[in-house]
Design a protein around this ligand. Structure first.
Ligand code: SF4
Length: 230
């Protein structure tokens, strides 16, 4: 997993978003940090036999500076290459361009729809990705697969947040699995005082997610920090 620095997300309105804590508006800082991270990652993938590289930048891949994007093909080429995007960046043209530039064995696009229920997604979470986007990406997935393009779509589903009933989490996993290639369930963590509170997760939901989601991220891994060069 390669964690890159990015500008603040152009949407920036989701009520739970913690990524402002990592983002920067200093282009020099972003470019230099990312050059360092990519150089380290390249050394790592050349030393180990790495088949899969996931690049995350706390907003959309398409919001990375060009300097950073153009340094990524050696990491992606011939491997499964994963990126995160807001839905508006995902089109047939943008997918084809990424495939041409990165030459991955497979491109995995992760999209944070978070919840199936549009009222909660738009009215409460303020994701700015209505159901028309869910339907558009599901259709796009079918089209690109029909053309034989090696692209998969994985959807993030949030759980463990006040205002997000467990029944809606179950519904989300079920529905997104029907339309896309997989679901990653992410345990919500409250990072800022004005964010919604965390909610306890029932044993039933935990068992359901472990059984049904492709991956459950309980948020227990060590947190990422950008270290200054020594
Ligand atoms: S789309 Fe993602 S990065 Fe942007 S504000 Fe929402 S949660 Fe944060």
């Amino acid at each position: 997993m390669v964690i890159l620095k990015s500008y603040p997300c152009s949407w920036g309105r989701c009520i739970f978003c913690p990524f402002s804590l990592e983002q920067s508006t200093d282009i020099k800082d972003i470019i230099e940090t990312n050059r360092r991270v990519i150089d380290d990652a390249l050394r790592e993938v050349r030393r180990e036999d790495v088949e899969r590289v996931a690049v995350f930048n706390g907003s959309s891949f398409h919001e990375l500076p060009l300097d950073t994007v153009l340094r990524l093909p050696p990491l992606a080429e011939g491997r499964v290459f994963e990126v995160e995007e807001r839905s508006e960046y995902v089109s047939k043209e943008s997918l084809k361009y990424l495939l041409r530039l990165m030459k991955p064995k497979e491109l995995v696009v992760r999209v944070g729809f978070e919840v199936w229920d549009e009222g909660i997604r738009e009215g409460y979470l303020r994701k700015g990705m209505p159901n028309s986007e869910v339907v558009r990406l599901a259709k796009l997935r079918k089209e690109v697969r029909g053309e034989g393009l090696p692209v998969k779509f994985i959807i993030y589903v949030l759980f463990g947040m006040e205002g997000l009933p467990e029944s809606k989490v179950v519904e989300s996993v079920t529905k997104f699995k029907e339309l896309f290639d997989g679901v990653i369930a992410i345990k919500y963590r409250k990072y800022l005082p004005n964010h919604p509170n965390e909610a306890p997760v029932s044993k039933e939901l935990a068992q359901y997610l472990e059984r049904s989601a492709d991956l459950v991220d309980w948020g227990e891994e060590e947190e990422w920090v950008f270290e200054k060069p020594s």
